[in-house]
Design a protein around this ligand. Structure first.
Ligand code: SF4
Length: 728
């Protein structure tokens, strides 16, 4: 798909699905945030779920053997299907053996992955979905737009219109959700009573006992499992956990993170085949308890290979609660029909698609993860979802076919990436090199950047949207400025290095200068050495090898300062997030620990100084001046945003904060022509929270740029408020 085709497709889906997806996903995400905040054991149980999953996946072959023994001892059958075709063939065989014509199904993303309905219908069987959302999707002949709420993109009026068109009704249905639910429930109930085979998924399968656990909000899964005489449970092999007591942390968390409920409305634990006799609803006759058949179909379909893959293995810990989708700003604008592959959607969808369908199926959705990390603290199994997206992006980059002229740049580019890398990604990933070159003659460079002819060329050939204003280079970098001045407090016991991140150094040195002056006013001796950019820029484009080289270069440049016990102070939150999060994967353990432990977000550091005796009145203060503060998404994930609010409050400001985490810009994302409109749509939700007039400050460079685009007023870094020079 070309960039313009992709932009058009995103625009179309935003128009069709965006409103309902946005409302419903935000609602679920807000509920989840409240439920998590009210649950004291959240972090403790997350650690437990993570441990159980890690151990279960590590011992997967033994777990499969164990569950096979348990189920067979209970009187059921187990089949491990290598792939979709194998699974579908087995299930068709069960239908055939039972002389069955009609199968009812509860919600199961795994059977979506297998395209089971399509297969069985093609073989002449009737399939009825019993989950309300899946029922809607089946009637509409659509694909799910969300992992747990497949019809999230449809509103009650849409559904009423759909049902009224599809079913031959004496009286048309109203738009009342209760009436629609009642209608579907009656139809589905009738179909369950008539069915020969009931097929469910399973949220968890206990290997010790062969117990399956299904969590739903409707109860039809339970009916599907126990009403027809034959029950088939289809689930991925990653759903196996060892013991019944291991269920507890998962059941405590799955509904809290997915929907904000303390527990799902229907929590089913079955050790099939169940002993209740089946009932023929036509004759009223009961069958014999031992007439019941049970088949557990465990799906591999790429999962064993994911288990061997150090980078994708984490995906298998996913319990498909949907929280990462709900929390994601881009998902809230487009839903799973854009932010999805063949089956799976949302942030974790990339890992699943790459693992079960192959890299190509993840290609179109992968860039929609901007790495903002909002999903990270919402995941009940502590999966590093942004990292999985980065890894898949890197692999996609490497799978690109070389263009005919790539040999011309091979070996000449300043990065560690292979030929074939998309030019847009190569440019954004190497932005430090361009900034360095441009800074040789910033006047000329800026004139070129601001020329409409150059902007049109960049739009056409590189995919940088000409509706965006590109940042201009400063006449003097922060490092040059610092080198040309006398350092204050040379004898101070407290020494700090202000990390000259790419944006502060080349584009916005004023905020760096303000930071230096603030720290000096608080008694710190500050240095600003030349240090390479953190690697955030290449990492955001999936250029992991290049980011890896940058991380080593940054550590090499900062090591002497760490040796000398100098604190590393970071202005740009996305760079601090590199030091504290991604560097764990890029640096040797000791180097990572030293840098991570020795570096601080600027306001976190200022707060620490104030707590340790520095005086706020050495800085300019205000008297109840109102200010709106937008913190940075990664700063929030690290739990550091409160420091800014607290320091500004101590300085006399009356601070209001936005509660929108993502501004939509996300580094280079909002500059890309295929994503510009999506970026502005996400930004519009932030815009609604900004004051009509009055100052706004923002910690992130891209947040400031987005706010400037949304409001025409800039949003400087909050440190400018405290600058002894007060040159905002
Ligand atoms: S990655 Fe985590 S948050 Fe996302 S669906 Fe899976 S378990 Fe839920």
């Amino acid at each position: 798909m070309s960039r313009s085709e992709k932009a058009a497709e995103i625009r179309r889906i935003m128009g069709v699905d965006g409103e309902n997806i946005g409302k419903n996903a935000r609602n679920l995400s807000d509920n989840a945030s409240d439920a998590i905040a009210a649950f004291d054991s959240y972090e403790e149980l997350r650690a437990e779920t993570r441990r159980i999953k890690e151990e279960a996946i590590a011992s997967l072959p033994e777990r499969i053997e164990e569950v096979t023994e348990a189920v067979e001892e209970n009187g059921g059958h187990v089949y491990v299907a290598q792939d979709a075709e194998d699974a579908n063939r087995y299930i068709e065989g069960v239908m055939d053996e039972q002389d069955a014509e009609h199968l009812v199904k509860s919600k199961s993303m795994t059977t979506e992955e297998l395209e089971l309905n399509h297969h069985l219908e093609g073989a002449g069987y009737e399939v009825t979905e019993t989950d309300l959302g899946e029922f809607v999707i089946q009637v509409a002949d659509e694909t799910p737009s969300h992992l747990i709420a497949p019809a999230m993109h449809r509103s009650p009026p849409d559904i009423a219109e759909l049902f009224n068109e599809y079913f031959d009704l004496d009286e048309p249905l109203s738009e009342d959700p209760h009436e629609l639910t009642e209608f579907a429930r009656e139809r589905v109930g009738e179909r369950i009573r008539e069915a020969d085979v009931g097929l469910t998924g399973a949220n968890f399968v206990v290997t010790e006992t062969g117990t399956i656990s299904i969590v739903t909000n409707e109860g039809n899964a339970r009916k599907t499992a126990v009403t027809p005489p034959t029950h088939v449970a289809v689930t991925g092999i990653e759903k196996l956990i060892p013991t019944v007591s291991d269920l507890r942390p998962f059941l405590e968390l799955i509904a809290r993170t997915g929907t904000g409920q303390e527990i799902g409305a229907y929590l089913t634990l079955l050790t099939p085949p169940v002993e209740t006799p089946s009932l023929d609803f036509d004759t009223g006759e009961y069958g014999q308890p031992d007439d019941r058949e049970f088949h557990l179909v465990l799906i591999d379909n790429g999962r064993m290979a994911m288990r061997e893959d150090d980078q994708l293995r984490e995906t298998l810990y996913c319990i498909r609660c949907g929280a990462c989708s709900n929390a994601c700003a881009n998902f809230q604008s487009v839903g799973g029909h854009a932010f999805g592959g063949e089956t799976y959607s949302g942030g974790i969808g990339t890992g699943w698609e790459a693992g079960v369908h192959g890299l190509d199926s993840a290609a179109d959705m992968n860039d929609l993860c901007t790495g903002c990390s909002q999903c990270v603290n919402k995941c009940p199994v502590k999966i590093d979802i942004p990292w999985i997206n980065t890894v898949v992006r890197d692999r996609l980059n490497r799978s690109n076919e070389s263009e005919s002229f790539d040999f011309l740049v091979d070996g000449l580019t300043p990065d560690a990436e292979p030929e074939g890398l998309d030019v847009q990604k190569r440019l954004f990933g190497n932005i430090e090199t361009f900034a360095k070159l441009g800074s040789i003659a910033p006047g000329l460079s800026n004139a070129a950047i601001e020329s409409s002819a150059v902007q049109r060329l960049l739009d056409r050939f590189v995919g940088i949207d000409s509706r965006r204003s590109l940042p201009t280079l400063a006449d003097e970098t922060l490092v040059e400025w610092a080198a040309g001045r006398r350092r204050a407090n040379p004898d101070s016991d407290r020494e700090a290095v202000l990390y000259p991140d790419l944006y502060t150094n080349y584009f916005s040195p004023e905020r760096g200068k303000a930071a230096v002056r603030v720290l000096e006013a608080l008694g710190v001796a500050v240095r600003v050495p030349a240090v390479p950019e953190s690697g955030r820029a290449p990492l955001s484009q999936g250029m992991i090898d290049t980011a890896d080289e940058k991380a080593s270069a940054v550590y090499a440049a900062l090591a002497e300062h760490l040796d000398a016990d100098r604190d590393i102070v970071v202005v740009e939150p996305s760079d601090l997030a590199m030091f504290r999060t991604e560097y764990e994967r890029l640096l040797p353990e000791r180097s990572y620990s030293r840098l991570s432990d020795g570096s601080y977000e600027l306001f976190e550091y200022v707060y620490g100084l104030l707590e340790n005796g520095a005086k706020i009145d050495t800085l300019p203060t205000a008297v109840d001046e109102e200010i709106t503060y937008h913190s940075h998404c990664q700063q929030r994930t690290l739990g550091l945003d409160a420091y800014t609010t607290e320091v500004l409050d101590r300085a006399g400001y009356d601070v209001s904060t936005t509660d929108i985490e993502c501004c939509g810009m996300a580094g280079s994302f909002g500059y890309k022509s295929e994503y510009y409109e999506l970026s502005m749509d996400v930004g519009s939700r932030l815009d609604e929270q900004l004051p009509d007039s009055g100052p706004v400050v923002a910690s992130g460079t891209s947040c400031g740029e987005q706010i400037a685009a949304l409001t025409a007023d800039g949003a400087p870094h909050p440190i400018r408020l405290l600058d002894p020079r007060q040159s905002r």
